[in-house]
Each structure stands twice: as structure tokens, then as C-alpha cells.
Design a protein around this ligand. Structure first.
Ligand SMILES: NC(=O)c1ccc[n+]([C@@H]2O[C@H](COP(=O)([O-])OP(=O)(O)OC[C@H]3O[C@@H](n4cnc5c(N)ncnc54)[C@H](OP(=O)(O)O)[C@@H]3O)[C@@H](O)[C@H]2O)c1
Length: 444
């Protein structure tokens, strides 16, 4: 049986998981593929470090370049993370014509265009199933399963840490800071949690999915990102009373009729690509995706609505995704397939991301106002002058004191219009704190 010799760079959570999974299911994979996956070398930073997954000492080295350059090694697996050494090693391997499997969304987000171009120039492949949503095979879904569709909508809960925090805030009526501390104790959040809670990790993943869905490269600077650190217990509770659940959603959607006015002369409608906390109607399936689970909801013009759900991170889930890439890569090596579909169509880079100011949405607005006659009229007048419609006003009971919460649900308005109106409202003397605004998604 033909054998593929793997050089795995990184033997941490994912690397250890991949090694273990190959021990467990390597024979099964070989029987399915007709190709044997053989771990030839594994590079780590410290070969003496105790590891939860035992890796034979003979496989270990600290010399990643030696692994990449070893002529016996035919497939490179990058599992070290980061964007510096990882970029160098992936580029080196691709330039040698060796296919590379990576789980590194930060690397792809920062240098994807360069890396995919290098793969193409060397007539080899870069595989990245584990870079988005862990065990959910969403890359394969978009690249192959839905290839006959135009993707009109994609909504993703793709950061397990944020989903865990929002789930606990809702279930326990707890404050953000308390749940974050709990998540850190349980190992669901990093000691430095900014990458997750400020939405950047989700943006890395959503950029990859947007590129794949729309055929042009979407870099991190083009993605509008808001995290969850300003979501309060009050917002979670009011959203619940209104029939919604707050989720951090990655959104990729073709611009609607209003923004469609910006359709470019070449016929491409711009695409919204953003990550922000969103009020999701409780009746929608994404509202029930809880704890660290991920889900991606994709609408294709032929297939209609589809949903993908599972563990978005963790040793075994991520190893499962890496194994899927290893199987693809092994078969491609066996069959001599030189060009997998990259996450954009080369030279088809005409698409455009819709600037956030032009994105049209509905909004939940929470104000802290002085409880006296005339307050609502002043606020309504500002929305009126901005031609923004209010669909409902709720003054929750049980709040006494000089200032009280006032909740407004706002009809479709552009981001620019609502931002301007809220700045004016925030400056009113009857408004006692900066307005809180969360977008509402109705999945039409
Ligand atoms: N963890 C997850 O659930 C998950 C999910 C999806 C994707 N990912 C992605 O998978 C990648 C790996 O994540 P991880 O959680 O497995 O990280 P990790 O546990 O920190 O493991 C990193 C591994 O890389 C090795 N390493 C670092 N720098 C190296 C160098 N210069 N030369 C050789 N080895 C080096 C480390 O060696 P030592 O062991 O000696 O320190 C360690 O084995 C990241 O890109 C991450 O974003 C992770």
C-alpha cells in the first residue's frame, strides 16, 4: 500500500490529538483510502516537556526546518499557531512543492492570499478544514457540498468562548465579568481573553468563510468587528423578555435592496462581512446553540437553508478536522491532484465588502433616561428627524429611581443613520449614560 510520510510541526493540544487519532483510526483511514498515513517526524519546542499524549522520543525534534526539508517527508502539518514561524514554515514547504495542512486561522487571516498563491505557484495544495469551527466540516461543505450554489446568507456562531459566556449570562442572570472569570477557571477562556471576547478570532474564521463563499479574498481589515465585552446582564434579560437571545454572530450576506443601489458596474453586489453581538429570535435554531458549541447556518440559492452544528474547538474535534484534510491530501498525492479550490477564485477579485455604515439592520437600543414627562418625545423627535422608525418602546417595570431604562426597537436603518442619531440622543440632558445598541437579525 502507498504510504504518505507526515511531518507534524507542533505536538500540543491539536498535534497531540492528531497523533492520538492516527494511532486510534489510522488503519481504518488506510483501509478507506488505500493509502497509509505514517507519522515520520514531529517537531516541538521542547522535546523533554511532559505531554498528556505520549509521543515516541524517536519521532521528536526541535528542528522544524529539518522536518520540512526532509525528502522522506511528503506532507507537512502545521500545528504550532502564530503567524511568524508558521508563515515561514508553510511557505517553505509549499515552495518545495509539499502540500500543507494547517489549523491556523490567524495565519490564514493575516497571510492567506500569499499562502494560497504560493500553493498555486508550486502546483500543490493548502488544506485548512480545522481552521474554522473545529470538528464541523464547514470548509468541505462550502468548497464541495454547496459548490452548485450562490451563497446568499451565512451566519456563524464560531467562537466557543463567547457562546459559553453568553449562554451562562442568560442561564444565570450573571454579569459578563463574573462569567468570564468562571470560563477562565474552567479553561474555556484564555488568561488573555481579548482575541476571543473582542471578536477577532471569530473574524479570522468569518473572513475565511466569506472568501470561500464569495470568491474574493476578505482580509481582516475589511471585516467590521464588535465583541461581547459591553453586553450587560440587563441587555440579556431585556432581550429575553422581547423573545430574543444574544449571540455573537459572524454574518456574511449579499447586500439587500437598499444597499443594492451600490451594485458595481460589473454586476457584483457588495457583501456584508461582519462579526457583532446580535439579537436572534428565540424561534430561530441558532438561538438554541449553547455553551461552547458552534453552528453555521448557510443559505444557498439552490439548496435553501442548511445548518451545521458541533464542537468548534478542543483536541478531538480539531483532530477530526485535521484527519479529514490528511485524507484529502493523501488521496491528492496518490492521484496527483495539484489544485484544490482555494478560498477565492484566482483573478476573480472583483467582489467588494459593504462598508458597515451602509449595512442596513434593525436595532435594539437601551437608554438610561430621567423618568419625567417629555423625555420620550425628545428622543422620538431625533429619530424622526433622522427618518428612523421606532417599532416599539418598552419601559420595563420594577426600575425605580432618578434614571430608568428605556428600550426601543428600531426599524431598518443604516448603521450610519443609527450611529448619528444615537450620538445626538446620548448628548441630551435627560439621557444619563451612553446608549447601548445591539443589532437584531430576522434571517429573512
Ligand atoms: N486548541 C484548539 O482547540 C484549536 C482548535 C482549532 C484550531 N486550533 C489551532 O491549532 C493550532 C495549534 O493550537 P494548539 O492549541 O495545539 O497549540 P498548543 O497546545 O500551544 O501547541 C503548540 C505546539 O507547537 C509547538 N511549537 C511552538 N513553536 C514551535 C517551534 N518554533 N518549533 C517547533 N514546535 C513549536 C509547541 O511545542 P511544545 O509542546 O514543546 O511547547 C506545541 O507542541 C493553532 O493555530 C490554533 O489556532 C486550535
Amino acid at each position: 500500500m502507498q504510504q504518505v510520510n507526515l511531518g507534524i510541526i507542533g505536538g500540543g493540544t491539536v498535534g497531540g490529538g492528531v497523533f492520538q487519532a492516527i494511532q486510534r483510526n489510522g488503519a481504518l483511514i488506510s483501509s478507506r483510502l488505500g493509502v497509509r498515513l505514517h507519522v515520520a517526524k514531529m517537531a516541538v519546542r521542547n522535546i523533554h516537556k511532559p505531554r498528556p499524549v505520549k509521543i515516541p522520543a524517536a519521532l521528536l525534534t526541535t528542528d522544524w526546518a529539518g522536518v520540512v526539508n526532509d525528502p522522506q517527508v511528503t506532507l507537512i502539518v502545521e500545528l504550532i499557531g502564530g503567524t511568524t514561524t508558521a508563515r515561514e514554515l508553510v511557505l517553505n514547504a509549499l515552495k518545495l512543492g509539499k502540500p500543507v495542512v494547517t489549523a491556523n486561522k490567524a495565519l490564514l487571516s493575516a497571510h492567506g492570499e500569499e499562502l494560497f498563491e504560493a500553493a498555486q505557484n508550486s502546483r500543490t495544495n493548502l488544506y485548512y478544514e480545522a481552521s474554522v469551527a473545529g470538528g464541523i466540516p464547514i470548509i468541505k461543505v462550502l468548497r464541495e457540498g454547496l459548490i452548485g450554489n450562490r451563497i446568499t446568507r451565512l451566519y456563524g456562531i464560531v467562537n466557543g468562548t463567547c457562546n459559553y459566556i453568553l449562554t451562562r449570562m442568560k442561564a444565570e442572570g450573571a454579569d459578563f465579568a463574573d462569567v468570564l472569570a468562571q470560563a477562565q477557571r474552567l479553561g474555556y477562556a484564555e488568561a488573555q481573553p481579548s482575541l476571543d471576547i473582542d471578536g477577532h478570532d471569530a473574524a479570522h474564521k468569518i473572513g475565511i468563510l466569506a472568501s470561500l463563499a464569495h470568491g474574493f479574498w476578505v482580509g481582516p481589515k475589511q471585516i467590521y468587528v464588535e465583541g461581547i465585552r459591553n453586553i450587560t446582564r440587563l441587555d440579556v434579560q431585556f432581550a429575553q423578555q422581547l423573545g430574543y437571545t444574544i449571540k455573537l454572530l459572524g454574518i456574511v450576506k449579499k447586500a439587500g435592496p437598499v444597499a443594492g443601489a451600490r451594485r458595481k458596474p460589473n454586476g457584483y453586489a457588495p457583501v456584508q462581512v461582519s462579526v457583532y453581538p446580535t439579537l436572534v429570535p428565540n424561534a430561530h435554531v441558532l438561538a438554541s446553540v449553547n455553551d461552547v458549541f458552534n453552528a453555521i447556518y448557510v443559505r444557498g440559492d439552490v439548496v435553501g437553508d442548511t445548518l451545521y452544528y458541533g464542537r468548534g474547538a478542543g483536541q478531538d474535534a480539531t483532530a477530526s478536522a485535521v484527519l479529514s484534510d490528511l485524507a484529502d491530501a493523501a488521496l491528492d498525492l496518490k492521484c496527483g491532484t495539484k489544485s484544490r479550490i482555494p478560498p477565492f477564485v484566482p483573478h476573480e477579485r472583483e467582489g467588494a465588502v459593504l462598508p458597515i455604515d451602509e449595512v442596513v439592520a434593525r436595532y435594539y437600543v437601551r437608554l438610561n433616561v430621567i423618568d419625567k414627562p417629555g423625555t420620550l418625545a425628545k428622543i422620538a423627535a431625533i429619530f424622526g428627524r433622522s427618518k428612523i422608525g421606532i417599532s416599539s418602546v418598552i419601559q420595563p417595570e420594577g426600575h425605580e429611581g432618578e434614571s430608568v431604562p428605556l428600550i426601543l426597537m428600531i426599524h431598518d436603518a443604516t448603521n450610519a443613520a443609527i450611529t448619528r442619531a444615537l450620538a445626538t440622543i446620548g448628548a441630551l440632558s435627560v439621557v444619563k449614560a451612553p446608549p447601548a445598541m445591539i443589532r437584531v437579525e430576522n434571517f429573512e
